[in-house]
Design a binder for this molecule. Structure first.
Ligand code: PSV
Ligand code: MN
Ligand code: MN
Length: 389
């Protein structure tokens, strides 16, 4: 009893998928121990866009680039948007940064001092101004706020301060803008984190209103967490704003998505497909750092990994699955999912790329393009993404 989805419908769905790449993945990055500088990395936000354009050119599905402020601060944002446009790209989510100033030692919007809280809020509001100028829809908020020791600060009061700041930012959003609140269970704070989990993010977003949504960074969970359950629930509540995709073996590793656990990525994408999240309402973003591997091909590979998981999720025979579930046939139900997961979708994706008029092998096409040599020759003194300084 197989009624597998028609391949042309799967290809049509895949054509609509857009995967956003992060500007910071193109720059040098590292751990707190060492940044291994790579030749040819971008020196400016414009050069990051030039690299992102290569990713889009070879994959056909990466048309937007997330910015990080202040790492990508420029004088003229409309000009930056134009630079993107000329390369077939658009500027995507604006990521705020309230974690790199000395002032933020005890937190940003949750800081006990009202002056520091005001400074952090000013930055968040500036990010919305930037969204107006770039035409970006989403403001992505990640807070490093938290405490290291029991008693260090008042947990409840910090939630109040957070709510106040979020409300002020929400108020400032335009009709077509959204705020995506990201959670992370620990680091850099080790005792309490002010937005540690989806429940906290969800509670704040629920109070704020429909323009506030939760973003799920796949690397921000404790080992063993069932991320697809969180995805299913948030979608059901219409509160899933998007993903920061990456892989983790231990903590917030920021490795290539689909590298550590492609099966988990498939399970997540299946819940997205199942829950009707395969729309522009759910942003598929990468949040990765490529510390030791070549960056552009790693980003191309990451985009391909998301596509592969998505293709497999789209191939699930949902009719057969429902029938097996309804009849309580545990093994048959599991077999339906595994059958889709075990399908080699690479030929299908190669065909899709041919339909799009691009090379079926994006990584090989990139290597042949000569771009790596060109940037190595032309760019001297590339900048750091902002991490691991
Ligand atoms: C810090 O954990 C982090 O990796 C968050 O995931 C943010 O999305 C990202 O940095 C960029 O600020
Ligand atoms: Mn993230
Ligand atoms: Mn992270």
């Amino acid at each position: 009893m197989t009624s597998r989805p028609d391949v042309s419908a799967v290809k049509a769905a895949l054509r609509t998928q857009a995967i956003e790449t992060p500007s910071w993945a193109y720059g040098n990055s590292g751990t707190r121990f060492k940044v291994f500088a790579q030749p040819g990395v971008p020196r400016t936000p414009q050069e990051k866009l030039d690299d992102a354009a290569r990713v889009h050119e070879h994959t056909g599905v990466a048309p937007t680039v997330a910015l990080h402020i202040p790492w990508d601060r420029v004088e003229d944002y409309p000009a930056l948007a134009q630079h993107a446009k000329e390369r077939g790209l658009r500027l995507g989510a604006i990521n705020s940064n309230v974690f790199q100033d000395d002032d933020y030692k005890l937190g940003s919007v949750c800081h006990p001092d009202a002056g520091v809280r005001r400074k952090a809020l000013r930055h968040l509001l500036e990010c919305v101004d930037i969204m107006d100028a770039t035409g970006s829809r989403d403001l992505k908020l990640w807070f490093s706020d938290g405490t290291n020791y029991p008693g260090q600060d008042d947990i409840r009061a910090r939630q109040g301060r957070l709510a106040e700041a979020l409300a002020a930012v929400y108020e400032r959003l335009g009709d077509d803008q959204r705020m995506l609140l990201e959670y992370k269970f620990f680091e850099p704070a080790f005792y309490t984190t002010d937005v540690p989990d989806w429940g906290t993010a969800y509670a704040h977003c629920l109070r704020l209103g429909e323009k506030a949504r939760v973003v799920v960074d796949t690397g921000h969970h404790a080992p063993g967490t069932n991320i697809e359950f969180i995805v299913a629930l948030l979608l059901r509540e219409e509160k899933l704003g998007g993903f920061d995709f990456n892989s983790r073996f231990y903590a917030d590793d920021d490795l290539m998505v689909g590298a550590a656990d492609p099966f988990q990525l498939f399970r997540i994408m299946y819940e997205v497909v199942r829950g009707g999240g395969f729309t522009s309402d759910v942003a598929f973003m990468l949040d990765q750092c490529h510390n030791i591997e070549a960056k552009i091909p790693a980003i191309i590979r990451s985009v391909m990994n998301v596509q592969e998981a998505t293709a497999k999720a789209l191939l699930v025979d949902r009719e057969a699955l429902s029938a097996a579930q309804a009849s309580g046939d545990v093994l048959a139900a599991n077999a339906v999912l595994m059958d889709a997961y075990n399908t080699d979708v690479r030929p299908l994706l190669a065909e899709l790329r041919e339909d799009l008029g691009i090379d079926p092998d994006p990584v090989a096409a990139y290597h042949r393009s000569g771009w790596a040599q060109k940037i190595t020759d032309e760019r001297v003194g590339g900048t750091q993404a902002g991490w691991g300084a």
